[in-house]
Design a protein around this ligand. Structure first.
Ligand SMILES: Nc1ncnc2c1ncn2[C@@H]1O[C@H](COP(=O)(O)OP(=O)(O)O)[C@@H](O)[C@H]1O
Ligand SMILES: N[C@@H](CC(=O)OP(=O)(O)O)C(=O)O
Length: 425
């Protein structure tokens, strides 16, 4: 059996967590399963890298030094807890090299913000994979092989949201990984890819789930398991709603719909490649590895229970045409759509009236400022921040009353089975 496993930031956040990953893998390694393991940056490292990147860009020298030290100390302390002797020295050397490269990359004067971001943010996954792979080597007779995902997950130059070159990636992955997997198991990084010119790209925040799907698709794996701090897919985020219901199985399209609306448990791009090849995706708990969790695949039954999905940090953009006479002269909506697309701004909800358009989208100040600038001649654009988009799939009146905070609603829409409301936080 060939499995792709993904361990996210929470599952490798400290030394006990890394030990737990190794323990989970034990039975699969003993069974001689072929394994590709994808890991994310440890804990909240990616957020810290974003902070240090902003500090570097705005020349905040003290803040820059302080965060770099924190990132360095965090990884060294973890290595200190997990290793000793020669292996500890090896890990220290690798970490030292990455910290040095990180600092040098931060000091580059790359004018393209997004391109520079990708060259910096990748270090979280590089450091994490170095530590985890060395630990797995130590625990599993040196059977773990570290590979650099940037050599295999080939993308175009769409910085921060690299689009996969599926054919090229598949060729590379199959040609090199299949023979490797005969002897050993492979560990690599989520979230990062590489261009033909040798630059690093990232696949969008929280994109490591998608990396697992890319490897699974290319290798025609028997299954993908993403190990989370929850027991599987629930009908609501347990951080928001008490005692949610665990779905044992969901079909691809319902799962894709949930992630599209904002269920953060799986990255939205993960489902499609797996559905294309009929590969099942399992969501299981790294805290309680004996629980079966959720199977997403070609299953016949899917949930009819209401699911509540909350997408935070939303902004409402309201476009009002400056020249009302022009409204009927050209397709304003198509024009706004194309501008949103050009700035890579995704519409989460849209409302159209005779003279204005309102769009609910993820808050991204830089993208929104660029959009405002480009539409300035034709539209007045006002922006409302600090909003949430609440979606209830398979809604009933009890769920709407209890969970949608309708008193704070700005816009509400309903179709036969989906209710959506944008509310002030
Ligand atoms: N419908 C849902 N079912 C389960 N978990 C959910 C759901 N919606 C949101 N979550 C949240 O997703 C989290 C797991 O995703 P995430 O933190 O991104 O994992 P990782 O970083 O390990 O990949 C859970 O802790 C939970 O709070
Ligand atoms: N480390 C990246 C990618 C990722 O997917 O992380 P996680 O698996 O912890 O959500 C991020 O935080 O965006």
């Amino acid at each position: 059996m060939l499995h792709v496993f993904k361990f996210g930031g929470a599952s490798v956040k400290d030394a006990p967590a890394v030990r737990n990953v190794s323990a989970i893998l034990r039975s699969f390694i003993d069974k001689k399963d072929k394994l590709v393991i994808v890991v994310s940056a440890m804990g909240k490292t990616t957020n810290h890298l974003e902070d240090i990147f902003k500090a570097a860009k705005s020349k905040q020298e003290d803040k820059f030094k302080q965060i770099l030290k924190e990132i360095e100390d965090f990884h060294y302390a973890l290595a200190d807890e997990l290793f000793d002797g020669e292996r500890e020295k090896i890990v220290y050397k690798i970490l030292q090299k990455y910290i040095f490269q990180l600092e040098a990359t931060l000091k580059d004067d790359e004018p393209n913000w997004d391109k520079h971001y990708d060259q910096v943010i990748c270090f979280g996954e590089l450091m994490s994979s170095a530590i985890v792979s060395e630990y797995l080597k130590k625990q599993h007779d040196d059977k773990c092989l570290w590979i650099d995902a940037r050599r295999f997950v080939q993308t175009n130059e769409r910085w921060r949201e690299g689009q996969i070159d599926w054919e090229w990636s598949e060729q590379l992955i199959r040609a090199e990984l299949l023979p490797m997997l005969e002897q050993r198991f492979v560990l690599t990084q989520g979230f990062i890819g590489g261009t033909i010119g040798g630059k690093t790209t990232t696949l969008g925040r929280e994109g490591s789930d998608f990396t697992a799907a890319v490897f699974a698709y290319c290798l025609q794996a028997d299954g993908v398991t993403i190990w989370k701090d929850v027991s599987g897919i629930l009908n609501a985020d347990p951080k928001r709603i008490k005692n949610p219901h665990l779905f044992k199985q969901i079909n691809y399209s319902d799962a894709a719909e949930m992630t599209y609306y904002g269920a953060t448990v799986i990255h939205p791009k993960t489902i499609r490649p797996l559905a294309a090849k009929g590969i099942s995706l399992y969501v299981r708990s790294f805290v309680n590895a004996e629980i079966e969790g959720t199977k997403i695949g070609n299953v016949t039954t899917s949930p009819s229970l209401p699911s509540i999905i909350v997408k935070g940090t939303q902004s409402m953009l309201m476009f009002k045409a400056k020249d009302l006479a022009a409204i009927n002269e050209r397709n304003q909506l198509a024009y706004i759509h194309s501008e949103l697309n050009r700035h890579n701004i995704k519409i989460n909800l849209l409302q159209v009236s005779a003279t204005s358009f309102s769009v609910c989208t993820d808050n991204d100040e830089r993208k929104l400022a660029a959009l405002k600038e480009s539409l300035n001649n034709d539209f007045e654009l006002s922006v409302l921040n600090n909003l949430e988009l609440i979606t209830v799939k398979n809604y009933d009146s009890k769920t709407l009353n209890n969970f949608t905070n309708l008193g704070n609603a700005i816009i509400a829409q309903r179709s036969e089975d989906v209710f959506q409301v944008v509310v002030r936080k």
